[in-house]
Design a binder for this molecule. Structure first.
Ligand code: ADP
Ligand code: MG
Length: 442
């Protein structure tokens, strides 16, 4: 095959240009159709002489499977051709590169992005599994992105894919060790479920930047998969939120926080009281889940109801004083802006902060506002550290404090709403429970 040093091979009807990537047995080029459409495609070239019997079979399976399916999250095979040297798979071009590069240039992906990607991957896999097709080589390098502006996943590289019903067992070792299910690595015996293991590894890599069992050798990998050492990041992750797992301690921790909240409330510190009530609610919800005694459960619920009402009142108080502060802050903010005119970086950071405040006013804009606050504050703190003493520093300092308070407050509002939802859904569960028990009584 024409390797990278020799430039791309020639193919009738197309102009092959840059190399997009290469994998186990193929090199993929970007290409233009010579026809007037000048359509952009990706052409996967496989040198015939590099093919042994097994890889011919893989290639034929890849063509056969991809030819027969059409799915928004599976790369489309438009055509295939061959000449004396190569076999060519002409595919839809994915301008966003592969998921491996996408993750690593960003270090990690935000949970929200990872979730959308998982949804797209799941829809492609469900489609394949309904047709008894297993991919068997799921990894970030084989998942492409339609574009970088609006990335959609496209599952690619069906070189190892197999027709496989859920109960079929296979013994051939396929795929890439880091993403391989343990039954494949350790027992060399597996079924269609191995794709799901790989999905878990991919999700982990998206969130933490590297696969959970990153290893340099096969032996090290097997040792890591078999060992029961904990994967610390997982247990400490706020999404897993082990701190709030329902337990015998939940109620005591909630109560302790309420005691502090009441004290702050009596002292007239509404913001601190609100914050403590919210923290307490985070423990009351698991406490309710933990409690089995119906009467005690009702008693807790009644109390929680009272705390939620007080928190709502406090929220109104804090919010109106925040607004007053905001009005007060306006002139100082304008002055700061004026003084930042010769500092584009500071101006840009202040713009991000203004955008955050604007988002906050929009219905449902809380999460976006929080992201903007975090981004803006990150910049402002760096700038503050480098700012020499003087009036501008004072103003900047006050603005940073003000923005931090707003972001904190917003975070609490989001949390409180979530706790309330959790408490409400608990109510519904309680209701269906009592309906069920009355049915059994009759
Ligand atoms: P192999 O079977 O040799 O692993 P792949 O099909 O995985 O070949 O392609 C190798 C690499 O080429 C991919 O990881 C990706 O970076 C790039 N690539 C493959 N197909 C496309 C495409 N349709 N659009 C853009 N890049 C692609
Ligand atoms: Mg590949």
């Amino acid at each position: 095959m024409a390797g990278p040093g020799w430039g791309p091979p020639r193919l009738d009807g197309f102009i092959l240009t840059e190399r997009l990537g290469s994998g186990t047995y193929a090199t993929v080029y970007k290409a233009y159709a010579k026809k007037d459409t000048r359509e952009v495609v990706a052409i996967k070239c496989v040198a015939k002489k590099s093919l042994n019997k097994a890889s011919v079979e893989n290639l034929l399976t890849e063509i056969e499977i991809l030819k027969g399916i059409r799915h928004p999250h599976i790369v489309q095979l438009k055509d295939f051709q061959w000449d004396s040297d190569n076999i060519y798979l002409i595919m839809e071009f994915c301008a966003g590169g592969d998921l491996s590069r996408f993750i690593h240039t960003r270090r990690i992906l935000p949970e929200k992005v990872a979730r959308v990607f998982m949804q797209q991957l799941a829809s492609a896999l469900q489609f394949l599994h309904e047709r008894n097709i297993s991919h068997l080589d799921l990894k970030p390098q084989n998942i492409l992105l339609s574009s970088l502006e609006k990335p959609h996943l496209k599952l690619a590289d069906f070189g190892f894919a197999q027709h496989m019903s859920p109960w079929d067992e296979k013994h051939v070792l396929r795929g890439s060790p880091l993403y391989m299910a343990p039954e494949m690595v350790c027992q060399r015996q597996y079924d269609a479920r191995v794709d799901l293991w790989s999905v878990g590894v991919i999700l982990y890599e998206a969130l933490f930047g590297q696969p959970p069992f990153a290893s340099r050798s096969f032996a090290e990998l097997e040792e890591k998969i078999r060992s029961n050492r904990v994967i610390e990041d997982f247990f400490a992750h706020p999404w897993v939120d082990l701190e709030h797992v329902p337990s015998g301690e939940s109620l005591a921790r909630a109560t302790a926080l309420v005691v502090q909240a009441v004290k702050k409330d009596q002292d007239g510190d509404a913001a601190a009281a609100l914050s403590l009530y919210c923290k307490a609610l985070d423990f009351f919800v698991p406490a309710l889940h933990y409690e089995v005694d119906a009467q005690r459960k009702e008693a807790i619920k009644a109390k929680v109801g009272q705390y939620v009402s007080r928190a709502e009142e406090l929220k109104a108080i804090v919010s109106s004083s925040n607004q007053a502060l905001l009005r007060q802050g306006t002139s100082a903010r304008d002055l700061l802006r004026e003084m930042a005119r010769d500092k584009p970086r500071l101006l840009a950071a202040l713009d991000v902060a203004s955008a955050a405040m604007a988002k906050e006013e929009e219905a449902g804009g809380e999460q976006d506002a929080l992201d903007l606050y975090q981004h803006g504050l990150g910049e402002l703190l760096v700038l503050l550290a480098a700012e020499p003493p003087g009036r501008r520093r004072e103003l900047l300092h006050a603005e940073v404090q003000n923005l931090m308070a707003r972001a904190e407050y917003l975070k609490e509002q989001v949390k409180m709403r979530e706790s309330r939802w959790a408490a409400e859904s608990l109510d519904k569960e309680g209701l269906s429970e009592s309906v069920r028990s009355s049915c059994t009584l009759q």
